[in-house]
Structure formats: C-alpha cells, structure tokens
Write a protein that binds this ligand. Structure first.
Ligand code: ASP
Ligand code: MG
Length: 402
C-alpha cells in the first residue's frame, strides 16, 4: 500500500478498448489499497495529427498557439479515462496540467517544469479519488498554457512522483520493458531487468524510443525509481535506478539514431579561435552539436565536421555562412544520409577493448566509420544510413550474443 504514479503513453490509450484496459489496471491498483495518480498522453497519433492540422492553416504559427492546440490532445485522454473509471464504479477526477499545479517557464513547446503546487492533488487524494492528470502541459507566469516538448508526459509523471514522494512510478507503454536493442529489428534482443539512470539516459538520448530523456534526467536528480512496463502484457518490466545489477553485461544496449546530419567545412584557416567562433555561433542559435571532428592542420588549413539533428542543419549552415572567416567559396557540405550507432554500458568504464570490439564487428560487415565519439559509458559511430540496421545487428551480436 502506498502512493503510486502510473503513466500511460499514447498507444496505451489509443481507442475505447485500450482506455478501458487502462481503467482496469488503474482501478486494480486502487483496489489493492493504494492512492493512485495517473498521467496520460494524447491518444495514438493525436499530437502528430494536430501538428498536421496546424500546418494546413499556418506553417509559421507561434509556439504559444501550437501549445494551446497540442495541449488539447491530453485533455481528451484525461476526460475519457475518467469516464471509463467512473463506469467501473470508482471515484475519480481528471485535472489539466495547471489544475494539478504544474508551473513552467515560458519556453513554449519546450517548457521546463519550475514547480508543482501539490495542494489540489493532495486534496483529491485525501478524498480518496483516483486522480487523472494531463501529461505534457503546464502554465507559465503569464497564465498561458505551455507544453514540455514531444514525449513530455514521461517527465510530468516523474515530476509528480517526485513532488508527492510516491512509492512507485510506473511508465506503461506498448513494449514490456527496456531491451538491449529494438526487438522489432534485432531478433535476439533481450529484456533488461534493471538499468542505471546514466545508461538509460544515454540510451534515451541516442535513439531508444522507450523513455523521454528529460524524464530520466529528472528521475536521476530526484532519485525516483522508474519501472517501464507493458500496459498489454502483465509481466514485470525494467527497473531504472541508480545502481543496477550488472547481469554480467559489459554493454547494456545498442541503439541507432537516423535523425542526424553531418556538416563539414573544408579548408578553414588554421589559426586559434576558429572552433570557438563556430561553436559559440551555433550555441547562440540554440543548436545542439553532437560529434565534433577537427582534422590535423596542413598547409595552414584545417577541416571541421560536426553533427546536428536534421531539422537544425539548414539553420546551422546559414549560421556558418554568416561567420566573417567563412568565405563565400569555402565549401560547406551537408550529408543527411547518415546514422549514429551507439553502444552503452556502465561496465565499459572499467573494461578496455570495448571500442576495438565494436569497430571489429563493423569491419567484419564492411561498414565504414565516418566519425567516432566516446564517453565513459558509451561509444558512438557515424556511418552511412543504409548500413544502420546491419550495424546494430552486428554490434549487438558481438557484445550480447548471437
Ligand atoms: N502527446 C505528446 C507527444 O506525443 C506528449 C507525450 O506523448 O508524452 O509528444
Ligand atoms: Mg504521444
């Protein structure tokens, strides 16, 4: 018995039958004597559909109006789920983000939660109600609706779990846990019993779709233990926590990310300050740069290449063109047919040879590496997009068994 936060993603509430299924899970938890707060996302592809609707009318709508529109998806879900729970005879109330006390900053469509005023939540729980909260949204200082960025409902759930000091935070989804690779692509992918916050954060950032990376960041910061679990298959999921059982694994997962563009500038003058000027310019445009490669200088010139997300590529190129030392005839290349494949594992920190094993697996499959980047617990390579699936399978086989 305790306080349990349960979050259900869009696929888990996609239609009436799924909503009833969620109501069953929630009310079963309540029947066991728990207080339950449920966080839901918009049904199925609702958010994408709303974005498409907006584009039909105005390609350049302000982010404020986009948030006003997108927040409506979650409003539908909370009302429907509350109705489903009522139909089963349980006390329930649905709340929008602001009603549940979510204050955020004013970065529309990528707002950060500032604080949760838990008075209303506590009052409703005190009245023994099941509380259903709209994920992904809050209210800024101007009392405007904001949203937290795509996939933001995970973060809403973790924030509530932390604010209410919940005993458990369960993230229900359409897969039954975190796997060593995408099980739809890699046949021998294995489900993990446990994974550390740091590993999960890398996996989430490097392309695993299962949890939003900001939610993992927040869970780590406030030490909220998460369980990733299936809403359709009632078996134990994967626990995300500070220290996880190693299960004798050097590598915990292999991911691919195809939302990558590689930009290179060839023949820059080799003087101090060039890298600083390039990357501060990109930072000023809010562009996140991932892998960076600078060549050894020759004949007083050097080359710099880096990766950004695909939608940031045009802005990045324009920003480079605006730099005084980037002459008009200096070539800037942009390759979007690339993918990043990564291995992640806390174990590699203490085990030499992880990189060479990964590179060997790629070499054995005739896959050329364009760029490499490493941290203590991950190694990423940039390769041709067409090789990405083959690379994931090869690298997964090398570390996690055929
Ligand atoms: N409905 C929002 C989205 O699709 C938020 C979420 O699903 O977490 O991005
Ligand atoms: Mg969604």
């Amino acid at each position: 018995m305790g306080l349990i936060v349960q979050k259900f993603g869009g696929s888990s509430v996609a239609n009436a039958e799924r909503v009833m299924n969620v109501a069953k899970i929630v009310t079963d938890t309540y029947k066991q004597g728990n207080d339950v707060v449920v966080v839901v996302s918009a049904q199925g592809d609702t958010t994408d559909d709303l974005i498409a609707k907006a584009k039909e009318i105005n390609e350049n709508a302000t982010k404020r109006e986009m948030d006003m529109l997108l927040a409506s998806g979650e409003q539908i879900s909370i009302a429907l789920l509350a109705m489903a729970i009522q139909s089963m005879g349980f006390p329930v109330i649905s709340l929008l983000g602001w009603q549940a006390g979510f204050s955020t900053n004013s970065v529309y469509s990528a707002a950060r939660i500032r604080k949760i005023n838990t008075d209303r939540l506590k009052m409703e729980l005190g009245n023994k109600k099941i509380v259903v909260v709209a994920g992904f949204q809050g209210l800024n200082d101007k009392e405007d609706i904001t949203t937290l960025g795509r996939g933001g409902s995970d973060t809403s759930a973790v924030a509530i779990a932390s604010a209410l000091q919940a005993d458990k935070c369960q993230i229900f989804t359409d897969v039954d846990g975190v796997y060593t690779a995408d099980p739809r692509k890699v046949k021998n992918a294995k489900k993990l019993q446990e994974i550390t916050y740091d590993e999960m954060l890398e996996l989430a950032t490097l392309g695993a779709q299962v949890l939003n990376n900001r939610s993992v960041e927040m869970a780590k910061k406030y030490n909220v233990e998460l369980e990733v679990i299936s809403s359709l298959n009632p078996i134990p999921g994967t626990i995300v926590k500070e220290v996880a059982k190693m299960e004798k694994m050097l590598v915990r997962g292999v991911t691919k990310d195809t939302d990558v563009a590689r930009i290179s500038i060839v023949g820059l003058t080799d003087v101090p300050g060039i890298a600083f000027k390039i990357f501060s310019k990109l930072a000023a445009k809010d562009i996140n740069v991932d892998i960076i490669l600078q060549s050894v200088g020759r004949n007083n010139t050097k080359d710099i290449a880096f990766t950004v997300s695909k939608d940031n590529a045009p802005v990045a190129i324009q920003a480079l063109r605006d730099l005084p030392f980037v002459d008009e005839d200096l070539p800037i290349e942009c390759d979007t047919d690339v993918a990043k494949v990564s291995v992640v594992g806390a174990g590699m920190e203490t085990h030499p040879g992880t990189a060479s094993k990964m590179f060997e697996a790629l070499y054995n499959n005739d896959i050329n590496i364009q760029m490499i980047s490493t941290s203590e617990i991950k190694i990423s390579v940039l390769i041709d997009a067409k090789d990405a699936d083959k690379a994931v399978i090869a690298v997964h086989d090398a570390f996690l068994g055929a």
